[in-house]
Design a protein around this ligand. Structure first.
Ligand code: KIV
Ligand code: ZN
Length: 386
């Protein structure tokens, strides 16, 4: 059975970059955009052109160099935003305007001091106007996570009737439970008139640590685009991490969902984004963290040395990591010590290993991690290895 394609919409350069500490200059954005194109993302959200002259310039420059992906610019449902975005996107081979408006009661009341009727009208006008510049228009219903489903369906219908071909359903505040977000997508698939003319997109924030789970529930329930960022960078607790959703779909083939991502590029681009932003991921970050393929407890190390699959569900090479690491700590066992010793040229007999292991434990209790030169020293100063 052939798999359904899930489009990967990368917003590292827009939702990711707008965060304090993550600011990039145009040349840094170009380096990242080029790598995103190599990675195989379908859409690069390059920025919010009306927000500053620098962002306008960056979007135009990215449009000039990106060869494969669609290049997208964000706007509010405001004519001038849309006109400026269309101008910035003139350089792109495949331009997309991403326009929208808040749809939850809280946004309508507190942000716009408006009514549902007026929001529907602004949504329609924004999409229609964007459509006069480009064919590819995506509509976002900001705070869709907290918008009631009936009204959300109405907003989607209006956006489709104005020409939107992608409907972004953001859980802007990261509030939804996976079951709730999945049910929302299912409801829209079943109730929005004309939904066959558009695809639904998941855009989830991570305030409760659920962004990845929500996006996956979204595609299981019929969405066919995920909006995400490298390393999950983004507003507050971040956005859905690209590397996570891509590897979840790859490692669960029975879902029959596929992406065009060249997964071997994931580690490299993760490192690049960290370096360029100067914002570093935690060691236990899924897929790309420095500990993601490191084994340190004796039981796990023994298993992995016998067969990698005992404790690894992903082949590190599949994400661009050369090999798993067997890290030596005071929790490591003899198998790991023998393995690491062998890597630096020591073939230890069982008797030698038993003895050296005792010295190793004394040493390891005083240190976080035992490195190659420590192993060398422990072995060379032992009585049993002469
Ligand atoms: O989180 C959000 O709602 C957004 C929209 C502007 C798409 O980033
Ligand atoms: Zn967002």
């Amino acid at each position: 059975m052939s798999k359904d394609k899930v489009q990967i919409f990368d917003t590292t350069l827009r939702d990711g970059e707008q965060v304090p500490g993550c600011k990039l200059n145009t040349s840094q954005k170009l380096v990242i955009a080029e790598r995103l194109d190599m990675l195989g993302v379908d859409i690069i959200e390059a920025g919010f052109p009306v927000s500053s002259p620098g962002d306008f310039e960056a979007v135009a420059a990215i449009g000039r160099i990106v060869k494969n992906a669609t290049v997208c610019g964000l706007t509010r449902a405001v004519e001038n935003d849309i006109k400026v975005a269309a101008e910035a996107l003139k350089t792109a081979v495949r331009p997309r305007i991403h326009t929208g408006i808040g749809t939850s009661d809280s946004h309508i009341k507190f942000k716009f001091n408006s009514t549902r009727e007026k929001v529907l009208e602004r949504a329609y006008n924004a999409v229609k106007y964007a459509k006069s510049f480009v064919e590819d228009v995506e509509f976002y219903a900001e705070d869709a996570g907290r918008t009631d489903n009936e009204f959300l369906a109405k907003v989607c219908e209006v956006a489709i009737s104005a020409g939107a071909t992608v409907l972004n359903i953001p859980d802007t505040t990261g509030y939804c439970l996976p079951s709730e977000y999945g049910a929302k997508i299912k409801y829209l698939k079943e109730h929005v008139k004309g939904i066959d003319k558009a695809i639904l997109s998941c855009h989830c924030h991570n305030d409760l640590g659920l962004a990845t789970a929500n996006s996956i529930e979204g595609v299981i329930n019929g969405a066919r685009q995920i909006e995400c960022t490298i390393n999950g960078v983004g507003e507050r607790a971040g956005n859905t991490a690209l590397e996570e959703v891509v590897m979840i779909l790859k490692q669960h083939p029975y879902l029959n969902l596929d992406t065009s991502i060249v997964t071997q590029e994931l580690y490299g681009i993760s490192q690049l984004v960290q370096e360029q932003m100067g914002v570093y991921s935690q060691p236990n970050k899924a897929i790309v963290g420095s500990n993601a393929f490191a084994h340190s407890s004796g039981i796990h190390q023994d298993g992995v040395i016998k067969n990698r699959e005992t404790y690894e569900i992903i082949d590190p090479k599949d994400v661009g990591v050369t090999e798993s690491a067997i890290v030596l700590t005071a929790r490591s066992g003899r198998a790991a010590l023998a393995y690491r010793a062998k890597n630096i040229g020591y073939e230890l007999t069982k008797l030698q290993l038993d003895d050296i292991y005792q010295n190793f434990l004394v040493f390891a209790d005083k240190k976080k991690e035992v490195n190659d030169s420590d192993i060398h020293q422990i072995i060379e100063t032992s009585n049993v290895y002469q």
